[in-house]
Design a protein around this ligand. Structure first.
Ligand code: GUN
Length: 293
């Protein structure tokens, strides 16, 4: 193995400890604890599991959490009423509407309703719009892309002037990751299913962010020697040797890539733990802005 492993689990733990310490300081100073509200519609097992983990993280860091669980057939009006009530509740610091929503609901309208000062996911049009514009700062940056950039910065990868390639253009990861890299003066190429000669484009990348949701699609010979590889993929594959019958792998073929890359995130234990850590950071920041020390 030539690549340096980027230990997302350890870096996320460090972020969580910093957040917990600041939450403790605020409590000692008589400030209200930060509170994260999650809104879940329906029972998708992955979404239920993410929302549960977010509530658990709040508890571990001394923050409060409330969860609103609406049935899968909830109406747009039901969902909007839930968000409006959380906007109006002064005890709630941050609001997260778990995505994806069931298809009959209008995601854009719901996200645009969230008070931008409580938009700890950074998905409201105002926050994303500011992220996309020069000289403007969003109040909150989407948690997974924020985690990717944080990992690069922590291990000392130079972003300014680098050729960065982002595989995937999703609203949740690919597009905001590209915007963050542009904001840090990288030269960014965003690839998608219609990109011609993907391996050749990837081979130009000093920084490669893979967020395409395809099991081990990125092969070792797609990677420029010494590149930093950030694997956002979380794909479940059958594995009879595991008790669970499956294991998680990324969008990058790790065994091949680690022989070529300069830095690489593992799956699991790379980007995954960073998402919740950055959400906790954003929720603390929301509380700090609403009730400054
Ligand atoms: N679904 C997958 N990732 C995310 C995320 O970061 N935030 C929300 N709200 N939903 C998601």
């Amino acid at each position: 193995m030539t690549a340096q492993l980027i230990d997302g689990k350890a870096i996320a733990q460090q972020v969580r400890e910093e957040v917990a310490a600041e939450v403790g300081r605020r409590a000692a100073a008589g400030k209200r604890q930060p509170v994260l509200a999650t809104v879940l519609v329906g029972d998708r097992p992955d979404s239920v599991s993410y929302v549960t983990s977010k509530g658990k993280a709040c508890q571990e860091l001394g923050m409060g959490s409330v969860s609103r669980h609406l049935p899968g057939d909830a109406t747009q009006a039901d969902l909007e009423a839930a968000v409006r009530a959380l906007n109006a509740d002064p005890a709630v610091s941050g609001i997260l509407v778990q995505l994806p929503l069931p298809a009959h609901l209008d995601e854009e309208r719901v996200l645009s309703l969230i008070n931008i000062e409580k938009d700890v996911d950074g998905f409201s049009p105002v926050n994303i719009g500011r992220l996309a514009q020069k000289g403007r700062e969003p109040l909150f940056v989407p948690c997974t892309p924020y985690g990717c950039i944080y990992l690069l910065e922590q291990v000392g990868v130079k972003i300014e002037g680098a050729n960065a390639v982002v595989l995937g253009r999703s609203n949740i990861v690919g597009m905001p990751a590209a915007l963050l890299l542009i904001g840090r003066n990288a030269t960014v190429t965003v690839c998608h299913s219609r990109t011609r000669d993907l391996p050749a484009v990837c081979r130009q990348a000093d920084i490669l962010v893979a967020a395409i949701g395809r099991t081990e699609m990125v092969r070792g010979d797609w990677i420029k020697p010494g590149a930093a590889v950030i694997d956002v993929g979380i794909n479940s594959v059958p594995d009879a040797t595991r008790k669970s019958g499956h294991r998680l792998v990324g969008d990058v073929n790790f065994d091949e890539a680690k022989e070529v890359a300069g830095w690489i995130t593992p799956v699991p234990g790379g980007v995954g733990p960073m998402t919740i850590a950055m959400l906790m950071r954003n929720t603390l920041r929301a509380a700090q802005m609403q009730d400054p020390a």
